[in-house]
Design a binder for this molecule. Structure first.
Ligand code: AMP
Length: 297
């Protein structure tokens, strides 16, 4: 057990120092108002606002740092949290770094599903713990061969072998002539906390909750857009059906607008294009769409 060496009142947040999750994590924190203030040497520590201090470590080491209490909070992939086997409290799914841990076989292998993997098969993976647990759960005894990165192993695989690796688009698997046969785990970046620190330290608990709320509001806002349009007053009832809004439709008078009013609403980004088409069909004009910085329901 590493004891907390940082000054009381400062919350330490372990972040991936490079790799896929690093920039997205920093960008998200910045959107929530926490910009990393590096020292001149871009050292392994940075200040994040007044209350937080960032500690940059390998993404795979974040669960250890948090579980040991060397950091109070951390950001890393659910896959790495699971693989660490360490007990941490998950506070928020951050929605980026989405990928799956899948089992794949050479294209010409006869295996079509996870359940068809025969006992005794060699499984190459950099996730030995998750993989062993998964196949144990399926009642298939496989031989786990731990490796450091799966893409490099692919060419060495024999037809009877299986590789368990992360994928998001599937393109790396295809490049290596591998075919996916099933998913072991779905992953994305998570905000985690040391469970003991949350229980023992009121300050940590409060800051953790505040950070989770701030990040959540940024993530909600990223999925929404604020839409404004001038619509004929006579069509308001139909406009309301197209723009239900977050808590109803906001209608603003247009000065000298005669039969027109401005309708404002928060809409799902995914529904933006059909919404605009339907508004146009109702005679809407001057449609304006803007991003939202934060959204707290
Ligand atoms: P890195 O340090 O860049 O290898 O970061 C690896 C982490 O990024 C993984 O543990 C996942 O949580 C996440 N990730 C997201 N998409 C992918 C992907 N397609 N392949 C590997 N890792 C991914």
């Amino acid at each position: 057990m590493i004891t907390r060496t940082h000054p009381a009142g400062t919350i330490r947040l372990a972040l991936p120092h490079k790799g896929r999750l690093s920039e997205r994590a920093l960008a998200l924190l910045e959107s929530a108002g926490l910009r990393a203030g590096y020292r001149a040497d871009r050292s392994l520590m940075a200040t994040l606002g007044d209350d937080f201090q960032a500690l940059f470590v390998r993404a795979a080491d974040v669960p250890e740092f948090v579980a040991d209490g060397a950091a109070d909070l951390g950001v890393t992939g659910a896959d790495l949290i699971e693989e660490s086997g360490r007990r941490v409290t998950e506070l928020l799914d951050l929605g980026f770094g989405v990928c799956r841990l899948v089992a794949a076989v050479p294209e010409d292998a006869p295996i079509r599903a996870l359940s068809e993997i025969p006992a005794g098969t060699r499984v190459d993976t950099s996730f030995p713990r998750v993989t062993a647990g998964f196949f144990r759960g399926m009642g298939i005894s496989v031989e786990i061969a731990p490796v450091s990165g799966a893409a490099e192993i692919a060419p060495k695989l024999g037809v009877a072998d299986v590789v368990v690796d992360l994928t998001s688009t599937g393109s790396t698997l295809r490049v290596h002539h591998l075919r996916e046969v099933g998913t072991l785990l779905e992953s994305s970046a998570r905000l985690i906390a040391n469970p003991g620190a949350l229980e023992r330290d009121e300050g940590v608990a409060r800051s953790a909750a505040e950070l989770a709320t701030a990040l959540d509001s940024v993530l909600r806002a990223q999925r929404k857009r604020y839409l404004m349009a001038n619509v004929p007053r006579a069509r308001l009832r139909e406009v309301r059906e197209v723009l239900p809004g977050l808590s109803g439709l906001t209608v603003v008078e247009v000065l000298d607008g005669e039969g027109w009013v401005a309708a404002h609403a928060v809409v799902d980004e995914a529904a933006l294009y059909p919404t605009i088409s339907r508004l146009k069909a109702l005679g809407a004009e001057g449609i304006l769409v803007t991003r939202i910085e934060r959204l707290t329901p």
